[in-house]
Ligand binder design. Structure first.
Ligand code: NAD
Length: 297
C-alpha cells in the first residue's frame, strides 16, 4: 500500500516556517502585507478569500481585503491595482479569479507589479520561471514541488509526467520539475495512449479536472503521485453535498504507487501555505533581505 502524503500536516509546517520569518521581519520593524481583491459574489471565491485572510493574520501578516461589487468596471479595478502596487505596506497583491465578464483578466494580471504578483501569473514571472531565474512561482505547483522534495529528496534524473497544460498548474509544474532536473513529459487532452505515457513515470502530477481518471493500472509500481484535481461528485442523496475526489482513482492507485497525495488533505492545503510563503519572499526581496530558506523554488 502506498504511503499517503500528509499535505495538511506539511502545510501547517510551512505556515509555521512563514510565521517564524514574519517574526524575524517584525523585529526589524517590517510587517508583510497581503492584499486580496474579490470582485463579485462567487461563493467558492468568497470561501477562498475568507480562508486566505484568516491564515494571513494567523502567520502574523497584515491582511487587506478589498471586496468590490460584481458590476465594477475594469478601469476601477485597474485603479485599485495601481494603488496597491504603489502602497509600501502591501507586499503581495492577489486578484481572485474568475473575474466578471466585463473585465479582461489578462489586462488585470498584467497590471499587477511583478514583484508583488504572489500568484505568479504575470507574464514577467512566467518568463522568469521558464528561463530559470528568480520568479514568483504559482502557489499550487510550488506546493506540489515542496511535497515531492520532502518525500523524495533529490528529483534529479527522474521521469516526470504532468497531465494537464494549464497556465495555472500544468505548465509551471513542468517548469519546476525541469528546474529540479527531471525528464519531463506534459500530457494533455490530445495525448495518444495516456496510460502508456503515465506508465513511464517515476512522478505523476495529475491536474486535469476529471474525477478519478488516472487508474492504478496506469502507474509504474512504486511511483509518486501528486493529485492536484479537486472534483465534487454529484450528491448521492437529495440535499447532500457530494464527495470531493481528485483526478486519480485513489483506491486502485494506492495499491500500486509508492506514495500518493489524498484529496482532500493533499495539495489543496499547500496552495494557501505557498501564497503566504510567496508574500514573505516578496517582502524580503522588497527590503533587500535574504529570502526565507525552504520556501522558494
Ligand atoms: P484546466 O481545465 O485549466 O486544465 C486542464 C488540463 O487538463 C488541460 O490542459 C487539458 O488539456 C487537460 N485534459 C483535459 N482532459 C484531459 C484528458 N482526458 N486527458 C488528458 N488531459 C486532459 O484546469 P486547471 O486549472 O489546471 O486545474 C486542474 C485541476 O486541478 C482541477 O480539478 C482544479 O480544480 C484543480 N486545482 C486544484 C488546486 C489546488 O489548490 N489543489 C489549484 C488549482 C487547480
Amino acid at each position: 500500500m502506498a504511503k499517503v502524503i500528509d499535505g495538511k500536516g506539511f502545510a501547517a509546517r510551512v505556515r509555521g516556517m512563514v510565521a517564524e520569518g514574519v517574526t524575524g521581519l517584525k523585529a526589524r520593524g517590517i510587517t508583510p502585507g497581503l492584499a486580496v481583491v474579490l470582485v463579485g459574489e462567487d461563493p467558492a471565491s468568497q470561501v477562498y478569500v475568507r480562508s486566505k485572510g484568516r491564515m494571513t493574520v494567523e502567520v502574523g501578516m497584515n491582511s487587506y481585503e478589498h471586496k468590490l461589487p460584481a458590476e465594477t468596471s475594469e478601469a476601477d479595478l485597474l485603479a485599485l491595482v495601481a494603488r496597491l502596487n504603489a502602497d509600501p505596506a502591501v507586499h503581495g497583491v492577489l486578484v481572485q479569479l474568475p473575474l466578471p465578464e466585463q473585465i479582461d483578466e489578462a489586462r488585470v494580471l498584467a497590471a499587477i507589479d511583478p514583484a508583488k504578483d504572489v500568484d505568479g501569473f504575470h507574464i514577467s514571472n512566467v518568463g522568469l520561471l521558464a528561463t530559470g531565474q528568480k520568479a514568483m512561482v504559482p502557489c499550487t505547483p510550488l506546493g506540489s514541488l515542496m511535497l515531492l522534495r520532502d518525500h523524495l529528496g533529490s528529483l534529479e534524473g527522474l521521469e516526470a509526467v504532468v497531465i494537464g497544460r494549464s497556465n495555472i498548474v500544468g505548465k509551471p509544474m513542468a517548469q519546476l520539475l525541469l528546474g529540479d532536473s527531471c525528464t519531463v513529459t506534459i500530457a494533455h487532452s490530445r495525448t495518444r495512449d495516456l496510460p502508456g505515457v503515465v506508465r513511464r513515470a517515476d512522478i505523476v502530477v495529475a491536474a486535469v479536472g476529471r474525477p478519478e481518471m488516472v487508474k492504478g493500472d496506469w502507474l509504474k509500481p512504486g511511483c509518486t503521485v501528486i493529485d492536484v484535481g479537486i472534483n465534487r461528485l454529484p450528491p448521492a442523496e437529495e440535499g447532500g453535498k457530494g464527495r470531493l475526489v481528485g483526478d486519480v482513482d485513489f483506491a486502485s492507485a494506492s495499491e500500486v504507487a509508492g506514495a500518493i497525495t489524498p484529496v482532500p488533505g493533499g495539495v489543496g492545503p499547500m496552495t494557501i501555505a505557498c501564497l503566504l510563503a510567496n508574500t514573505l519572499t516578496a517582502c524580503c526581496r522588497a527590503n533587500g533581505l535574504p529570502e526565507p530558506e525552504g520556501l522558494t523554488a
